[in-house]
Design a binder for this molecule. Structure first.
Ligand code: DAH
Length: 343
């Protein structure tokens, strides 16, 4: 062969051999890089031979050029094969899981304690046959006060410091207006609870918030009695706070009920001995209630002679702090995960 006559031919053959020998010694990424520098880099062995090709007589150039190209593509494919092998090796090592490692716990969210309390209250009353209804947080004076028998300029309106939006529109101060809305759209018998957010223009402190939740209850039918009211409330309190609680009813005043009462249970923090939670009285007030005032029935067009009913209302934040012994209402609003995780 003419090509072999020229010394470059044997140099090409020698480099081919060297590349093959060296490739057998490549075991790591570092080895591979040395291989690349030795043969394929800009100043590597192959580039050197291409330089020498320039000095070769013209009649030899095509044959030797072809040999050189062969050398280069052979070494390149050696390189690619080794590169591929090293890569998949390191991937395999990564992919083998260590089955002895303990699992990583995923952060799991929980329902907010206010939501939990609401759900628990709703579960007790729905099991007694109550349905659930909702009403608007932006209310009118009529539903929030007038239809609930708060006379205009009556001091009872001062019991609830109101956020007014305009003269006749306001943020509801309690969930009682939903009673009116339900009765406006439905005839007795009615058995419904009405949870929701309410607003009062009050300074925020450990014991009061300007925005909180209530659950309202309403039961209207023929011959609903005061004993049924008491029975329902006792059944609820025992289910919610525990069957061994002690309770008492105190007379109270609300414009929309007559008679009205408030229900207390013995403080379960101190068992009635007196502590900061119960303001040293041994008793905790848990709700307000009463027999629906005939004026309220008249406002919604019911015959106040033939139907009677009872209503009750309780604060959810208050219920939640009582139930868990939380010292400050504001903790419910801070969204501190360390606090929330405990429920
Ligand atoms: N609406 C009252 C309040 O916000 C709570 C209440 C008391 C609701 C007596 C009632 C009730 O339905 O009968 O303080």
């Amino acid at each position: 062969m003419t090509a072999l006559k020229y010394p470059l031919a044997s140099e090409i053959a020698a480099l081919m051999k060297a590349a093959e020998t060296r490739s057998a010694e490549v075991h790591s990424v570092d080895d591979l890089e040395k291989f690349r520098v030795e043969f394929l880099a800009r100043k590597g062995g192959i580039a050197e031979l291409f330089d020498k090709l320039k000095a070769v007589p013209n009649d030899q150039k095509p044959v030797l050029g072809k040999e050189l190209n062969k050398l280069r593509s052979h070494v390149e494919s050696l390189f690619e094969a080794m590169h591929h092998r090293l890569n998949s090796q390191s991937k395999k090592e990564e992919e083998i899981p260590d089955l002895t490692l303990p699992g990583r716990a995923l952060p799991v969210g929980t329902l907010h304690p206010i939501t939990q309390t609401l759900n628990d209250i709703a579960a007790i009353f729905t099991s007694m046959g109550f349905a659930v209804a909702n009403g608007p947080e932006i209310e009118d004076d009529y539903h929030n006060f007038e239809a609930l028998n708060f006379p205009p300029d009556h001091p009872a309106r001062d019991m609830q410091d109101t956020f007014f939006i305009s003269e006749k529109v306001l943020l509801r101060t309690h969930t009682s207006p939903v009673q009116i809305r339900v009765m406006e759209h439905q005839q007795p018998p009615i058995r419904v609870i009405m949870p929701g957010r309410v607003y009062r223009n009050e300074a925020i402190s450990a014991r009061s918030l300007s925005q909180f939740h209530q659950v309202e209850g309403l039961y209207v039918d023929r011959n609903v009695t005061f004993s049924e009211l008491k029975g329902t409330l006792v059944a609820f309190a025992k289910e919610f706070y525990g069957s061994n609680i002690k309770y008492k009813f105190r007379p109270s005043f609300f414009p929309f009920t007559e008679p009205s009462l408030e229900m207390d249970i013995t403080c379960f923090i101190c068992s009635g001995k007196g502590c900061p939670m119960c303001k040293r009285t041994g008793w905790l007030e848990i709700l307000g209630a009463g027999m629906v005032h005939p004026n309220v029935f008249r406002k919604v067009g019911y015959d106040s002679e033939s139907v009677t009913g009872f209503a009750f209302g309780m604060g959810i934040e208050r219920t939640t702090v009582l139930r868990h012994g939380i010292p400050d209402l504001r903790m419910l609003l801070e969204n501190d995960v360390k606090f929330l995780e405990q429920f």
